[in-house]
Design a protein around this ligand. Structure first.
Ligand SMILES: Cc1cc2nc3c(=O)[nH]c(=O)nc-3n(C[C@H](O)[C@H](O)[C@H](O)COP(=O)(O)OP(=O)(O)OC[C@H]3O[C@@H](n4cnc5c(N)ncnc54)[C@H](O)[C@@H]3O)c2cc1C
Length: 390
């Protein structure tokens, strides 16, 4: 296919080919059935884990593949380009990073090998709350130290995959906002073992959304979390979560590039084959040019994603690039989705073409994990030195 012609190392080409081979076992009808039933793609997630793809970023000493984000980008992009949905499991790749960077040696030994082996899933990431939204520092869930435990009370919303995860990475307030010296202090990160408390001190309610995303709201009622599950230092959790945001943005951006490639390939094939007025519709510039434009937009965004990933892998600062990658890639996938639907005319709306499903799925990335406006605000303030807007 024309859009995968960047020079890449042999390793990346091999990874892409392996991901494609795995994804071939999960065709459109598999995803359509799940979408209809709002089911979780458990077999797909298990297959990815067994093949070692979900443990790509876990170091070899903990049973992972010890690869860099460059390889992780290739994996996530390829999953989407094959028409599958990595949203079912992508969080494990970036939430695990918080544990890896800030967890103790004992914590890493306790959880990482089991995550790499697929015995434990760390798919749930509890940050967003109904009243605070994007303003994370305003979150209200508290974790109060009582002896060798913390007692957690509060509510999270949009905690995706909570019903299909053993562990949750939770951000909660350990010092009241009015008592902290720094605006960003007073929040802490915990690994919560949800298996022990489901139904008693944790209640998880699914939220039905326009796409199949296994997202939920989670209520904590006097949940006891052992103090040994605190990651790093108490009160420094916001900093730890922020340190994982660049990886999250780069990986989601890669998924958007994969989506865009899928839409472009579908539209191109259809425009060549569909004949109306005695000629292929793709012969009309009104049909051809939007496909060409979507392709150019995707390629430009792809360069930014690769730049961000290369910087991240080299340990260089990549905040602006990671944010721009997410912005441009989400725009590229959404533009490609719109173009693909239009190219297919009425058939674009038919379930069996998978386009309406992917269209709904890719729309999310304008809003989550960070909305477009907040990325623009970041660029305005931190890159261009404009006044802080919020
Ligand atoms: C399907 C789905 C899955 C998700 N999964 C998770 C998850 O697993 N874990 C988790 O913690 N969260 C998750 N989220 C939450 C997601 O990260 C938030 O929805 C997102 O960050 C936006 O926050 P909000 O919905 O509260 O919007 P709000 O903060 O209420 O913002 C609403 C709108 O106002 C705009 N806005 C707000 N403030 C400003 C400002 N200062 N300047 C300009 N515009 C502004 C925003 O851009 C947005 O368009 C998920 C969300 C969805 C929909």
């Amino acid at each position: 296919m024309a859009q995968t012609d960047h020079p890449e190392t042999e390793d990346l080409a091999d990874i892409r080919a392996s991901v494609r081979a795995l994804c071939a076992n999960f065709p459109g009808e598999y995803w359509r059935k799940l979408d209809r039933e709002r089911g979780y793609p458990g077999e797909f997630v298990t297959a990815l884990t067994t093949a070692g793809f979900l443990g790509a970023l876990i170091p070899e000493q903990y049973g992972g593949s010890g690869l860099s984000i460059v390889e992780a980008v290739a994996i996530m992009e390829e999953i989407q380009a094959c028409g599958c949905n990595g949203a079912a499991c992508h969080a494990q790749m970036y939430t695990m990073g918080t544990l890896l960077r800030h967890g103790s040696a004992e914590q890493k030994e306790r959880w990482l090998p089991a995550i790499a082996a697929g015995d434990l899933r760390l798919q749930a990431f509890g940050v967003t709350e109904p009243t605070s939204g994007t303003d994370t520092l305003a979150l209200r869930t508290t974790a109060e130290r009582k002896g060798d435990h913390y007692v957690v009370n509060g509510q999270k919303i949009w905690t995706s995959r909570a019903e299909h995860s053993d562990l949750m990475l939770l951000l909660a307030r350990t010092t009241p906002r009015e008592d902290v010296m720094r605006r960003t202090a007073g929040l802490s990160v915990f690994v919560v073992d949800m298996r022990l408390a489901q139904g008693a001190n944790i209640n998880v309610n699914p939220i039905r959304t326009m796409m199949n995303h296994a997202t939920t709201e989670v209520f904590f009622d006097d949940l006891r979390v052992p103090a040994e599950n605190l990651i790093g230092e108490e009160g420094e959790g916001f900093r730890y979560i922020l340190s994982g945001m660049n990886a999250e943005r780069i990986l989601i951006a890669a998924e958007c590039i994969g989506d865009a490639k899928w839409f472009i390939e579908k539209a191109t094939a259809y425009a060549k084959e569909r004949t109306v007025f005695g000629r292929p519709i793709g012969q009309n510039q009104g049909v051809q040019f939007p496909i060409a434009r979507a392709y150019a937009q995707m390629r430009a965004a792809e360069l930014m994603v690769r730049d961000a990933a290369t910087r991240y892998a080299a340990g260089r600062d990549c905040g602006p690039e990671a944010n721009m990658a997410k912005l441009l890639a989400a725009d590229a996938s959404w533009a490609a989705a719109e173009m693909c639907l239009q190219t297919h005319g009425g058939f674009g709306f038919a379930e069996e073409f998978d386009i309406e499903r992917k269209f709904r799925e890719t729309r999310l990335y304008q809003v989550a994990p960070i909305s477009t406006n907040l990325i623009l605000a970041y660029l305005g303030e931190h890159v261009l030195g404009l006044p802080r807007s919020y």
